[in-house]
Design a protein around this ligand. Structure first.
Ligand SMILES: [Zn+2]
Length: 257
């Protein structure tokens, strides 16, 4: 089972080595900015490295939005980051499910997602496989509650689209981790990546604060069970830098061995 971490983008290969990570995830730009990625000098080194690479798209992206001034630049940013991710040989581009402004706008939000993939398909597809991630908060989120996730997949499931399951987001978002892999797979048919995070907050709190394996509100054995059931690569997005994340990776490896 391959285990890794979300790392600082400055020297991702050195960060991977410091953690003994099998895979890494990083941002290509400031995650809070509307910025297209620049070419990286270490692109070839990353592309040819032993470790698997995933890129996390900026948080600003919300292709579900009914607001043109958010949706259209979001779509462009998703495309440019998929292209940038391909240059480092990424196996996936992780993007949050997004949300709509009003509860009665969800149907339009799912349709905006569909249009994003339809447009991409016309262009020959995204340069890197897009993995939609479940989110923790908000009342009008496309991928917080799994009833909405099912409606999202009804809209986009015919396209080539993957899924990233975040254990902190599921717990804080109000989806029980027990049997969650079966429930996700009944909807999406796949789990491509696990974001293995504990949560500083309680069940259904709607808060998105990650914690280390043995110090959060989730029984860490449940996180282990999710990874085992999914049979997918997992990475931690937890605090504490190389030391904290290294301990989390060791914890998971020992129990998954
Ligand atoms: Zn995550």
């Amino acid at each position: 089972m391959r285990i890794g971490a979300h790392v600082d983008p400055a020297e991702p290969l050195a960060e991977a080595a410091a953690r003994g990570a099998d895979l890494i995830q990083f941002f290509l730009t400031d995650p809070q900015a509307w910025t297209d990625p620049k070419d990286r000098e270490d692109a070839e080194a990353i592309r040819t490295a032993e470790i698997d690479v995933y890129i996390h798209a900026p948080y600003r992206i919300n292709v579900a939005s009914s607001n043109n001034r958010i949706r259209i630049p979001s779509r462009k940013l998703l495309f440019s980051h998929a292209a940038g991710a391909a240059k480092v040989g990424a196996k996936g581009l992780i993007v949050h499910g997004g949300h709509v402004e009003k509860a009665d706008g969800l149907d339009a939000g799912f349709d905006n997602w569909r249009k994003t993939f339809a447009y991409a398909a016309e262009q020959g597809g995204f340069a890197t496989p897009v993995l939609i991630e479940n989110t923790a908060g908000g009342d009008n989120a496309c991928a917080r509650r799994f009833d909405n996730l099912a409606r999202l997949w009804d809209a986009i499931g015919d396209y080539e689209v993957g899924f990233c399951l975040d254990t902190c987001h599921a717990h804080a978002g109000g989806e029980d981790l027990l049997d969650i892999v079966d429930r996700v797979k009944a909807i999406t048919g796949r789990i491509d990546l696990i974001h293995a995070n504990n949560s500083r907050d309680g069940f259904d709190s709607g808060r998105d604060r990650h914690d280390n394996m043995t110090s959060g509100e989730i029984d860490p054995e449940l996180i282990v069970a999710v990874i085992r059931a999914a049979g997918a690569p997992a990475l931690v997005e937890t605090p504490g830098g190389a030391e904290g994340q290294g301990a989390d990776i060791t914890y998971l490896r020992e129990r998954l061995a």
